[in-house]
Design a protein around this ligand. Structure first.
Ligand code: ZN
Length: 715
């Protein structure tokens, strides 16, 4: 294309690219961009003819006239337009393709002082925003758009949008610009770095707002907590649905037999979680249900020749007796399945309506194939499930893994009216119904033993989420198994111990301590020996508590502050430091996924240090202050963990009733008095005989300033 052809294309480009251009005369007379390119096209010919100086001079005058500086050597394709144009600089070795558009203050500049190619090359249909600098022998691809004020130091590929300093490609987008059909309005695609920065700032601000809210929330609740979520397999920061409130549901027992130590673990673990959440300042609603209708209950009733509800009632009472003896508080609500038949039927109906469940001859099954997320908690796919589960043969089911929501009752079985005829609920549906009724569609913590993850909790999720269309639970929390000789304790293996059996041999305090001294997710190996170790630890606590009481009961008001001469100070400093850190350490342990084992470790560290301190026979008000603070902190931590709930005297009596039930406190006190009178008579032989006799029967005497005390011998 020759000179005239190029000028014609440039002239047309003005109308294509500038919506303000009205008529030809205006363009020819008043468009500096058009003047600049017109001058350049003449100049470039002169340059090619090797005419000296003159082209540079014209370029120089052109700059005065237009504010645009184009080196006469620059190669510029037809259809070129410079909009506004003031301050545009195009260097000597620049090359510009067809139909390009430049805005004001664009520099197609060079780098370095070497000769040769040192300026950019623009492809066809390139748009360069105002103020942009493209420096060096850089290639800008066809159809590229460069945002305003960018500094481009690297090649830009075809069809790219490039913004920022230094310029980076944000999007690859084909911008269709053809000369024949006119140009597509490119400004619509034009990225604005300022706007993008603002958007970025906006996002950052809203993120910070969220963080502030969370921080405020943390202040209210006293710190950051992390809870292991079975769903993600990770410890997650605990953020409840409603600030300051925790909604918690734990699967309770099927009431057809006595509770065993496995039930005790779940009860104690979740009781302590609830206590700690309350201690943190949360308003906790804790639900634990009773499954009071089930095949096992019906079978037990048949065996015993009584009705199913008598069986259920009997074992609910037994459960309450066990829990009371164990020292575990009741939940806020303890709903029963049979009291929620209406809610259960509503959900089953809803699931059929929504196409998640189907009815066959009075039975209703949940069709797991319809719930895409089935298996997300237990991380199983259908094959694993089929391989791992004992699947009952049931012709009625569409898929062997489909589970019963509603079952028809046989003649002699309990039955409730339903749209599918008389029947009773399947096991899983009750928890979906009861949790929804008492806690709503979405709640914070759902707990239970690890053996409930599959299928029970998996099925709860399927039912609830399919029915409500909302997430069911935020944190899935599961406690570990109890093993006996390394085997999981279970009814089926018949290697279990009932709570009653264990309470015959050990105080409830010992059982609670034993179950909490291992992290709730770890398995616990159960044996009498382990319990005896816990008993020794608890006894150490009570011995210390008694020692602290003795110390505080003495009058220290007239004593000088500080330790007696000759006593070194490090024990005092150690105790004072430990007391100062104790709250933080305790909270740190418990905030870390309820690490009761570590929290108990901290408690025993304090016990060790205070004993050492008391060994030094401290005196004065400072000592009283430290020792009373120790007592207050031990009591506080004990209350949260529900351990150390006795007084030392109660502990001694409790131990006596288990270890030497034939003795009475009265008898021991009489023998102590008799021994005292022997000592008063200086009849050492008689006094020793009494001590020996009591020791043989399991009682140890301790002579103190205030008189003789007694303790049950441990181990
Ligand atoms: Zn449940």
């Amino acid at each position: 294309m020759g000179f005239l052809g190029d000028i014609r294309r440039d002239y047309k480009a003005v109308f294509e690219k500038d919506p303000a251009a009205r008529n030809g005369l205006e363009v020819v007379l008043t468009y500096p961009g058009f003047h600049a390119i017109f001058i350049h096209r003449i100049n470039h010919i002169l340059w090619n003819w090797h005419i000296p100086v003159f082209p540079r001079l014209i370029s120089h005058f052109g700059r005065f006239l237009t504010g645009i500086e184009i080196h006469p050597a620059a190669k510029i394709g037809p259809g070129f337009f410079i909009d506004h144009g003031m301050g545009v600089v195009i260097g000597e070795t620049s090359e510009v393709g067809e139909n390009c558009l430049l805005y004001q203050e664009v520099t197609l500049g060079g780098t370095g002082k070497e000769k040769g190619k040192r300026h950019p090359t623009l492809g066809n249909n390139v748009v360069v925003g105002a103020g942009t600098k493209i420096l060096g022998a850089i290639t800008i691809g066809n159809n590229a758009v460069i945002g305003a004020n960018s500094v481009i130091l690297k090649p830009v590929p075809d069809n790219a949008i490039c913004v920022g300093v230094p310029g980076r490609v944000t999007k690859k987008k084909i911008i269709r610009m053809t000369t024949e059909d006119g140009l597509v309005e490119v400004t619509d695609y034009f990225p604005d770095p300022m706007l993008e920065k603002l958007k970025e700032l906006e996002t950052k601000l809203s993120e910070m707002e969220k963080r502030l809210d969370a921080a405020e929330q943390l202040n209210k609740t006293g710190g950051r907590m992390r809870i292991h979520n079975t769903m993600t397999g990770k410890k997650e920061e605990f953020i409840p649905v409603k600030p300051g409130q925790v909604l918690m549901y734990v699967c309770g027992i099927t009431v057809y037999d006595h509770c065993h130590i496995g039930h005790a673990r779940s009860a104690i673990v979740f009781d302590v979680m609830r206590r700690y959440l309350k201690y943190k300042g949360f308003n906790v609603t804790y639900i634990k249900n009773f499954t009071d209708i089930d095949d096992k209950i019906i079978n037990r009733a048949k065996q015993e020749g009584i009705t199913w509800n008598v069986v259920a009632q009997k074992y609910i009472e037994e459960y309450y007796r066990d829990m009371e003896n164990l020292g575990v508080a009741k939940a806020d609500f303890e709903p029963k399945a049979t009291e929620h038949i209406k809610e259960i039927i509503d959900i089953v109906k809803g699931l059929i309506d929504k196409g998640y469940a189907y009815e066959v001859q009075g039975d209703v099954y949940f069709e797991i194939g319809k719930f895409a997320d089935y298996g997300k908690l237990s991380k199983r796919d259908l094959e694993d499930m089929l391989a791992g589960a004992r699947v009952e043969v049931n012709e009625k089911k569409r898929n062997p893994m489909d589970f019963a929501l509603w079952k028809t009752s046989k003649e002699d079985e309990p039955a409730w009216d339903s749209p599918w005829g008389p029947g009773r609920p399947g096991w899983h549906i009750e928890c979906s119904a009861m949790s929804r009724k008492h806690l709503g569609d979405t709640f914070d913590i759902h707990g239970g033993g690890a053996d409930l993850i599959f299928p029970h909790h998996e099925n709860e999720i399927a039912q609830s989420e399919a029915y409500t269309g909302r997430p069911f639970v935020r944190y899935w929390v599961h406690n570990g198994f109890i093993t006996v000789d390394k085997e999981k304790m279970s009814k089926s293996l018949n290697n279990f111990f009932t709570i009653k059996e264990i309470l015959n041999k050990f105080d409830a305090e010992v059982i609670r301590f034993f179950l909490l001294s291992t992290h709730y997710r770890s398995p616990i190996e159960f044996s009498d020996e382990q319990l005896r170790e816990s008993e020794v630890s608890i006894d150490r606590y009570f011995t210390t508590a008694a020692r602290i009481s003795d110390f505080l009961n003495q009058d220290h008001s007239s004593e000088k502050t500080g330790l007696p001469t000759g006593q070194a100070g490090p024990d005092e400093k150690l105790l004072a430091d430990l007391l100062a850190q104790f709250h933080d350490k305790f909270a740190e342990a418990m905030d870390d996924d309820f690490n009761t084992a570590l929290a108990i470790g901290n408690i025993f560290e304090l016990i060790r240090v205070v004993n050492k301190y008391l060994d030094g026979k401290p005196s004065g008000v400072k000592a009283v202050e430290l020792v009373s603070k120790t007592r207050a902190l031990l009591t506080e931590a004990g209350n949260v963990l529900n351990i150390f709930s006795h007084t030392p005297e109660e502990w001694s009596r409790a131990l006596m009733s288990i270890k030497c039930p034939e003795l009475t406190e009265e008898f021991i006190m009489t023998r102590i008095r008799e021994r005292q009178s022997a000592r008063d008579r200086k009849d050492w032989a008689a006094s020793d005989a009494i001590r020996k006799e009591l020791e043989e029967r399991g009682i140890v005497l301790e002579d103190k300033k205030e008189g003789t005390g007694w303790k049950v011998k441990i181990s």
